[in-house]
Design a binder for this molecule. Sequence first.
Ligand SMILES: NC(=O)c1ccc[n+]([C@@H]2O[C@H](COP(=O)([O-])OP(=O)(O)OC[C@H]3O[C@@H](n4cnc5c(N)ncnc54)[C@H](OP(=O)(O)O)[C@@H]3O)[C@@H](O)[C@H]2O)c1
Length: 252
Amino acid sequence: MSFEPSAAPVPRDPALLGQTLVVIGGSAGIGLATARHARAEGAAVILTGRDPERLRTAAAEVGALSTAAFDADDSAALQRFFQNLPSPVDHIMVTAGHPSYRRLLDMDADQARRAISGHTALALEVARLAAGTVRPGGTLLLLGGTGARRVRAGLGIAPAVTAALPALTAGLALELAPVRVNLIAAGFVDTPLSARLLGDGLDARREELRAALPIGRVVVPADVAALAVHIMTNTALTGATYDIDGGQQLVG
Ligand SMILES: NC(=O)c1ccc[n+]([C@@H]2O[C@H](COP(=O)([O-])OP(=O)(O)OC[C@H]3O[C@@H](n4cnc5c(N)ncnc54)[C@H](OP(=O)(O)O)[C@@H]3O)[C@@H](O)[C@H]2O)c1
């Protein structure tokens, strides 16, 4: 049997040429990888994060249009940031924040309130501000996890928190239209956050996942970035949750 030689790639314009992406939490991990990918597709990127030095390094690496160092959980600082943005922007991605794996029964009411409202309150706050900032057809892209797909010991309150996000995303997609709103639900991604959470156990966890996952490797930030840029460019997508976990939820 003979095969035709594969065709030469068809030249195409960069997918985000002339567009602006704001990454709230863009100095490391999934946010930085998405900024990198978006730059390669022609976008201008605006990055935020709390640590100014880390932000400077990230901005220099990707050639960011601008940066702003502030805590996204500080409502006043978030509002000031939006007031100073060039308007309109095309896409906003929220990667700030981190999960809590506290045991449910070890949390008092205040700790539970903070854990449950943290991710959702930030998403809502950014959505309110995005309403006057993102152009019609642009996107608000949120980050959650797959913990709620298969609740197991050790995840504590995290599955309950992530379970709320798909419904929140769908509701926001209706209220923010024609801006599109989507959620990426990730399993383990090999980022600085994962390194911090796992400490000395990081290499063992990577090995365990390489052996167990159907894809035979761990998911890296560039994988999530490719999905994020696809969601930004595919104008049919809104109100939806996209799992990216290398099949992790199928194998425990
Ligand atoms: N990694 C995973 O396995 C995984 C899985 C599922 C979901 N997620 C979610 O995906 C998102 C990104 O995770 P990641 O692993 O990429 O995290 P990461 O490596 O820690 O990067 C997070 C980025 O956000 C910034 N950031 C964090 N908190 C912030 C705040 N309050 N205000 C402003 N900037 C803030 C960080 O910079 P500063 O620290 O300098 O602020 C950094 O630039 C998180 O919401 C996480 O819960 C991650």
